[in-house]
Design a protein around this ligand. Sequence first.
Ligand code: HEC
Length: 292
Amino acid sequence: MRRLLLATCLVTWWAGAAFAADPAEVTRGKYIFGAAGGCGCHTEPKGQPNAGGKKFEGPFGTVYATNITPDKTTGIGGWTDEQIITAIRLGRRPNGERILPVHPFTSFNGMADGDLKAVVAFLRSVPPVSRKNTPKKITVPMFESVFLPAWLVTFAAKETPPAAAPVSGVARGEYLVRAVGHCGECHTPRSAMTMAVDNNRFLAGNPKKTGPEGQLSPNITPDKDTGIGSWTEDQIVTYLGTGNRPDGDVAGGLMGESIQGTLAGYKDMTKADLQAIAKYLKAIPAVKNKIE
Ligand code: HEC
């Protein structure tokens, strides 16, 4: 009984602390968070959801994903909605500092306002975790002052946000793939020299050398020999919804993580959304690009 009382008190306190967010908006936000793969980069394996700390090695040095829980001092609890949205879609912190494009803001830039606002409501609804961000270690001189701004201007293609998120059909699939699911961040070939994505070969895959975290990302264009042209729409839907491949194997690596997600993942998308994605993947140009 006492335990129940304590639990009730905690719940009441927490509900009060997180101010009265519209529960439907939070649910919608959780859905979009899942469609973005559960923002798994911000959760360490077996760690507290969204508390950051996961390590990313790049040609410029090492960065650690940041705490995106609503903790006031170590997370984003002190930021306004607008500041959180600016960080997600433009890669700018409230203090003006740039966020490295390891955070896929050039894709998230294409997210509709309504979806971003819902994601913010959801991010504010999860328990705050006090965990200080680990400072990045940049090894390239003048990387952030000179190289990164120049790189962004030269190479960072940006998605264009629609006035409102498309609700159905191929347009919905395109929106989910390009902006929310940011599939191209891993599946679109990157130049080994500049690490810029080559959108002329959209979703044609990356070998380990240019793949995310050194992982090979298959060609998912409809090319019959080197892509997923032989997969049916239903097989794509099943894969994204469960991780089960047509050949009986299961999705591994970063794909497995994005499908499973954290508090939600690709697997939590509705059948209609997964079908829209499958239709879109069937409609993009087939690119012959053998990934080994
Ligand atoms: C964080 C990186 C990442 C993101 C984001 C990502 N993928 Fe993947 N994807 C991978 C990796 C790595 C594999 C290989 C998985 C394996 O080896 O089991 C893969 C495998 C696949 C496959 C299987 C292809 C084959 O030939 O085996 C499909 C289909 C696929 N992804 C579709 C998508 C779609 C659609 C999205 C966006 C909604 C997406 N992926 C987002 C990294 C990613």
